[in-house]
Design a protein around this ligand. Structure first.
Ligand SMILES: [Zn+2]
Length: 351
């Protein structure tokens, strides 16, 4: 099965984690003399032995983004890569508080990005990710940035960062405010902390999706609850391995989550820093978790269903993904038909 030609949906992807080594070099070369970063320092940014090291490297790469147009430039390149991967719809996370700490103006950068994303293939939407353990002022500012750009490409507010330093229980008021506006919050949960934190995130936010959520597998009762609610988990296997969320020697809980009937799909998280792609994540599930074509197709249909597009577009995407995978999975098709989303992204058709 040629995965590249099958229509895919990616729901967990941080734009700032998409700076490839070649792009980092290009960005570094644009810096004034003396402010650059040497080739060996740059190469070291792609080798991490722990989550702590990963976060340092992430920050060093974000430092290379010197102005709003750099982020729009990066987005255009990432969109091209997604297209070549056969991704027909993506929801990307971006973190204005991180930009601010690295000297980028938040509003101007976000608007440059939303303008760059408005037309083109694949269709892309954004989740504004607040850094949960940083100051509350920045978090509220990010929430308002997101809410104010709803309908202009922003579909939700996310909560990323250190779960242990700022667990979901601290965000009751934010959850209430989001509920008032019927604006979804999609937290990262159950990556660093265990099943209790996933349960707490469910209680506090009642989110349509959870970033990671893998440690829900520690609690059969919670798995049942996730399946009952239909909460979708954005599972990022390579990231889980590289950050140590799933320690070496321990089996990834994907198979357990899937067997429990939890809605889930695979994501790349920070693909450049983890050296992965969505197709590689799917290949991994196929080789290591025993997923057959039907499992891969089903998870992609679930991703389309869990997207935060307006209902009519979401249904159109779901039909498109489903049709593509059933055609591609036919025996003797030699990898399936070439399917692309229509140029304006307003709906998805075969071309
Ligand atoms: Zn993430």
């Amino acid at each position: 099965m040629n995965l590249l030609v099958l229509p895919k949906v990616e729901l967990h992807l941080h734009l700032e984690g998409c700076i490839s080594p070649a792009e980092a070099r290009m960005l570094a070369d644009r810096r004034p003399a003396g402010q650059g970063i040497g080739p060996s320092d740059l190469a070291a940014c792609y080798r991490h032995r722990s989550l702590k090291e990963f976060l340092v490297h992430f920050g060093r790469l974000v430092d290379l983004l010197a102005n709003p147009s750099d982020l729009a430039w990066l987005f255009a390149r990432v969109r091209g890569r997604l297209r070549r991967q056969g991704v027909v719809y993506a929801e990307l996370r971006v973190s204005p508080s991180v930009w601010e700490r690295h000297g980028l103006p938040t509003e101007e950068t976000l608007d440059a990005l939303l303008d760059a994303a408005r037309a083109g293939v694949p269709r892309c939407s954004f989740i504004i990710d607040g850094v949960r353990q940083w100051d509350r002022r920045s978090l509220i500012r990010d929430f308002e940035l997101a809410l104010g750009r709803r309908g202009r490409g922003v579909v939700a507010f996310g909560l990323g960062g250190d779960e242990a330093a700022a667990p979901s229980s601290l965000f009751q008021e934010l959850a209430q405010e989001a509920r008032k506006h019927s604006f979804p919050i999609i937290p990262h949960a159950g990556e660093g902390l265990g099943a209790d934190e996933v349960a707490s995130a469910l209680d506090v936010f009642d989110p349509p999706r959870i970033g990671h959520g893998i440690r829900a597998a520690e609690s059969p009762a919670l798995l049942k609850e996730l399946a009952r609610r239909g909460t979708h988990l954005e599972v990022c296997p390579t990231s889980n391995r590289r950050t140590g969320a799933v320690p070496r020697g321990k089996r990834h809980p994907l198979a357990q989550l899937w067997a429990a009937g939890v809605s889930l799909s695979l994501g790349t998280d920070d693909p450049a820093l983890f050296r992965t792609t969505l197709s590689r994540e799917l290949q991994w599930a196929s080789r290591r978790m025993g997923w057959g074509p039907q499992d891969l197709a089903r998870s992609q249909e679930l991703a389309a269903r869990a997207s935060l597009l307006p209902p009519a577009e979401r249904e159109s995407l779901e039909r498109f993904v489903s049709a593509g995978w059933s055609a591609g999975a036919l025996p003797g098709e030699g990898g399936g038909p070439t399917i692309r989303s229509r140029g304006d992204g307003a709906c998805w058709t075969r071309v």
